[in-house]
Design a protein around this ligand. Structure first.
Ligand SMILES: [Zn+2]
Length: 195
């Protein structure tokens, strides 16, 4: 029989929700992704993972008390394909380093421009979408590069997912310090950029 969902011990001010993410390591300690505490506890209870680091919190179920996992390691190796970067506005801005690909201006006010305009059959692809400031986007309008007399500063290509891609995209604030020995070069992605 399954244990009921683990609940936080009612000892005051700790709230276990999305703010306590759990780092999931492969059997060989390679960082894989991030899950929530409930999912991590289920993996531990079913023998599919062990707890390497714990938050300073207790979790209670009807039958048992658990440490709240912060880092878990899978009991077996899983293979997964290298993740691909999701094609969306934010990832295009990140690829382009928040820089207009026509004039080179770094700005928060970026738009997405179709290099070959949609009206000319330009597609929704990494190769045809670039970050553009409002002025350049306006200047380009429905024209081609030649017609608008604009040049791209860099050829747009699909970016490669970095080794912490899944983790970076799942985390928006600082991580538990206990994680850092498993993901030594990890840094939280800035939301936009700081000038
Ligand atoms: Zn521009």
């Amino acid at each position: 029989m399954d244990d009921p969902e683990p609940e936080q011990q009612t000892n005051g001010h700790h709230h276990l929700n999305g703010r306590n993410p759990v780092l999931v390591l492969n059997h060989n300690y390679e960082p894989l992704n991030v899950c929530n505490i409930r999912r991590a506890i289920i993996l531990v209870i079913t023998g599919k993972a062990e707890i390497l680091e714990a938050y300073d919190l207790d979790l209670m179920t009807a039958r048992q008390r658990y440490d709240a996992p912060s880092v878990i390691r899978l009991a077996y190796m899983i293979r997964r394909p290298h993740p691909r970067v999701k094609l969306c506005r934010r990832e295009i801005f990140i690829r382009d380093n928040y820089t207009c690909q026509y004039c080179g201006q770094r700005t928060h006010e970026l738009t997405i421009d179709h290099v070959i305009p949609r009206s000319r059959g330009g597609g929704h692809s990494w190769e045809n979408l670039v970050s553009a400031c409002r002025a350049c986007n306006h200047r380009k309008g429905g024209k081609t590069l030649t017609e608008a007399r604009l040049r791209l500063r860099r050829e747009p290509v699909e970016p490669r997912a970095g080794r912490y891609y899944s983790i970076e995209r799942a985390i928006s604030s600082s991580v538990d310090e206990a994680w850092l020995k498993f993901i030594p070069e990890f840094h939280v992605l800035p939301n936009g950029f700081s000038s």
